[in-house]
Design a binder for this molecule. Structure first.
Ligand code: KG4
Ligand code: ZN
Length: 346
């Protein structure tokens, strides 16, 4: 009999739940995004996020089980992200998961959000553990993290590189704000950058002799270029007309995107070579970026496993996939488990 795990994710602004069989077979993946709710503030407002999770959790859980012809009682275990993330948001999902697990008398499993992003790759046709096999070089690039991890086996990680300031997703979100685009910024930048002529170039923080990243200087460089081009502030006296503005925003967005993509793809492939891994695994919202995916595939001599975009951004299925391997290892999680907003990986 297949082991069916319900995975719950509320670490940031997505209320999500999914059912996965044996860590590999995606049965359902329901995501209620709060992006629109937060867009007017230009970023996630923690208090607003937790309240919305409370409203959305019950219907999302219900749809996640019903859409695969199950009831909650058919679930074999309940898994939930307990960190890292926003404390108030994490708490809503954690409490829901505890309640469901306790009332059904089913195992309860706490999952690290960053590890879950890695396990989204197990929901693709590839099983990274079999082919290409361990060790794997993992990139987790999200709104809060830009981590390079060496994965030596299930649940065994070594953090070898990370951002020293802004995360890649955070940089995309801030860049979008400078360019007057919506939230979240990543998809907006990707959209407007299409068809750019490539007339501008922004600096790359290579941070030689380390696998670490830095993106805050790039954000400042973009700000200065945007000011010089009359794009920022949008209501300045010498504001551009609509056509010129759209063209300038397109070029600036493309220059920003290329800079981030270049640094991440080069440093990931470098790290993979240095540690003699067998393959690369990508996860996190930023790895939904089409240019980043393209560039990593182009540069890597090794197999690269990339989940479809919907499994790169936050979702419950990846939590369930990750929890399966924890369950296989016999991990026992107490119902007293608390949230860990700063939970590290590796
Ligand atoms: O993994 P995720 O959904 O949530 C966190 O764990 O933070 O990542 C969200 C981040 C946001 O900063 C968003 O702008 C970025 O991922 N993102 C993208 C794209 N889609 C989402 N960044 C670049 N290109 C995209 N297509
Ligand atoms: Zn995430």
């Amino acid at each position: 009999m297949a082991l069916r795990i319900l995975g719950i994710e509320t670490s940031c602004d997505e209320t999500a739940a999914g059912v996965v069989e044996d860590g590999r077979v995606l049965r359902s993946n329901v995501i209620s995004s709060q992006a629109e709710l937060h867009s007017r503030y230009g970023g996630v407002v923690p208090e607003v996020a937790s309240r919305q999770h409370v409203r959305d959790l019950a219907p999302v859980l219900e749809r996640a089980v019903e859409s695969c012809g199950m009831g909650l009682e058919d679930v074999d275990a309940v898994a939930v992200t307990y960190g890292p993330g926003l404390a108030g948001s994490l708490l809503t999902g954690l409490n829901a998961a505890k309640a469901v697990a306790y009332s059904l008398g089913k195992p309860f499993i706490g999952v690290n959000h960053l590890e879950a992003h890695i396990y989204a790759s197990w929901l693709t046709p590839a099983n990274p553990a079999d082919a290409p096999g361990f060790p794997l070089a993992c990139l987790v690039a999200s709104g809060g993290h830009t981590d390079l991890l060496l994965m030596e086996g299930h649940g065994v990680y070594r953090l070898v590189g990370r951002t020293r300031d802004d995360a890649a997703g955070e940089a995309f979100d801030k860049a979008a704000r400078i360019l007057g685009l919506g939230f979240p910024g990543g998809p907006e930048i990707q959209r407007v950058a299409q068809g750019a002529a490539g007339g501008f170039s922004l600096p790359r923080a290579w941070m030689r002799d380390t696998h670490d990243f830095s993106f805050s200087g790039l954000k400042t460089a973009l700000l200065h270029l945007a000011q010089g081009q009359g794009v920022y502030p949008a209501d300045s006296e010498n504001a551009l007309d609509d056509g010129a503005m759209a063209a300038a925003v397109r070029e600036l967005a493309a220059a920003f995107q290329e800079s981030v993509v270049d640094v991440i793809s080069v440093k990931l492939v470098e790290m993979a070579r240095k540690y003699g891994v067998r393959g690369l695994v990508l996860g996190g919202g930023v790895t939904a970026n089409a240019r980043l995916r393209e560039e990593i595939l182009r540069r890597s001599p090794l197999p690269v496993i990339i989940p479809p975009p919907v499994l790169c951004t936050d979702n419950g299925a990846m939590v369930a996939a990750c929890a399966y391997y924890q369950h296989q290892r016999g991990e026992q999680w107490p119902l007293e488990l608390d949230v860990e907003p700063g939970l590290p990986l590796g």
